[in-house]
Design a protein around this ligand. Structure first.
Ligand SMILES: [Zn+2]
Length: 265
């Protein structure tokens, strides 16, 4: 493979690693934001539930006041009955007592109904408070993770950037510019292999045999005529990410070994 292409691939490997780190960081931030939205919704829901509960309590209090007043009336009419002489008056009084007892019992039923509703709301409040606690924990843990990642990734990113800068020194500027332009055009990976079927593995366009032969010679800086990615051919599988120094050294050694037979690109 052309040495210059090998440098571009090294740069791309570094960029892929940086992108992986940045994606992981962005994912954590996204998850924190998502949880924060849920937390806000649950907090609003909790406020609503509490308001509802307090409204229901007001209703119970009112019913109790009403019962008290019906009790007073019942007592009053029952006392008054004792002083009454005629049957007609007695019956009228008796009716008033019964009416007030009916009203009182309706209020009592209302209290039971309202208290059942209160129990349901109390249970919903408990669930919502648990959700809020859970979400707060998630956010807290994620934020701690982001902070510790920041420190951890800082060194890794610096290392990768340093390595990239070193390679940039030995890579021809025009090739780097082509690579950056393709990458910025959202065609990443920008350097891509051509398989044994002569197809660009970026867009699967088949190269004409002569173009493929030129690529095999390793002497040519070639871009795909369709997707314009920088092309290379390598028989063995390319290691996707270079983590290991041995890997890189091996690759460079191979590049050096075939250097003699190559015309400079
Ligand atoms: Zn292509």
């Amino acid at each position: 493979m052309n040495e210059q292409i090998a440098y571009i691939i090294d740069i791309q490997d570094i960029d892929l690693n940086i992108k992986k780190i940045e994606d992981a960081e962005a994912k954590n931030i996204y998850e924190i934001n998502e949880s924060a939205v849920s937390l806000k919704n649950q907090s609003e829901k909790l406020e609503e539930l509490k308001k509802e509960l307090s409204e229901l309590q007001k209703k119970v209090n009112l019913c109790e006041l009403n019962i008290e007043s019906y009790n007073e009336k019942i007592l009053k009419y029952t006392e008054a009955q004792k002083q009454i002489k005629t049957n007609k008056e007695y019956n009228a009084m008796q009716k008033s007592v019964k009416d007030n007892e009916a009203l009182k019992s309706a209020e009592e039923e209302e209290i039971i109904k309202t208290m059942t509703a209160q129990e349901e709301i109390k249970s919903a409040i408990k669930t919502t408070e648990e959700d809020i606690r859970l979400l707060s924990d998630i956010i807290l843990n994620k934020k701690a993770e982001v902070e510790s990642d920041k420190i951890k990734y800082f060194d890794i990113k610096k290392n990768l950037t340093d390595k990239r800068n070193e390679i940039e020194k030995i890579l021809k500027a025009e090739f780097l510019n082509v690579y950056e332009a393709i990458k910025n055009n959202n065609k990443f990976p920008a350097v891509i292999s051509v398989n044994d079927n002569r197809a660009c593995t970026g867009c699967f366009r088949i190269l004409p045999p002569q173009q493929f032969n030129e690529l095999l010679s390793g002497e040519i800086f070639m871009q795909c005529p369709i997707c314009s990615r920088i092309l290379y051919y390598k028989q063995e599988d390319m290691p996707e990410i270079i983590n290991d120094k041995t890997d890189k050294k091996e690759k460079k050694d191979k590049t050096k070994a075939s250097k003699k037979a190559r015309v400079k690109a």
